[in-house]
Design a protein around this ligand. Structure first.
Ligand code: HEC
Length: 102
């Protein structure tokens, strides 16, 4: 009967697939060697806060900051914001909301 070998074929296909996967694993691990790093993790070269890094004083002292502020630099920086925001009173809402008075 033709159905007799049906399960043999299915099992054979499964075994063949599993064998092929094992062969690929063995061959690839023989070709590509992976070495565990000596020290795990990624070193970030950030200044040590305990070693006397400059402290940021909050809140900002506007009395000393504002006289040195550069309006032209601010306008230049805001140029990229104009793509989404308007600043005129009652201005249209684009991608971002109108920022009049913000
Ligand atoms: C790609 C578009 C886009 C750009 C560019 C953009 N924004 Fe926005 N902005 C938005 C959107 C959208 C919102 C609303 C976000 C929300 O309500 O969750 C928003 C919200 C804001 C708000 C809050 C407004 C409110 O009333 O809550 C401020 C302030 C703001 N943006 C400032 C800026 C500044 C300053 C820049 C430039 C440095 C900038 N945005 C650039 C899209 C943009």
């Amino acid at each position: 009967m033709s159905g007799d070998l049906k399960w043999n074929k299915i099992m054979g296909a499964c075994l063949g697939t599993a064998f092929a996967i094992l062969v690929v694993q063995q061959v690839s691990s023989a070709v590509y060697h992976t070495k565990a790093p000596e020290k795990m993790g990624y070193f970030v070269d950030a200044p040590d806060e305990a070693a006397g890094a400059a402290e940021v004083v909050l809140p900002i002292d506007w009395g000393t900051v504002l006289p040195t502020a550069d309006v032209a630099a601010g306008q230049a920086a805001f140029a990229r914001c104009v793509a989404c925001h308007t600043v005129n009173a009652g201005g249209a809402t684009g991608t971002g909301p109108n920022l009049h008075g913000v």
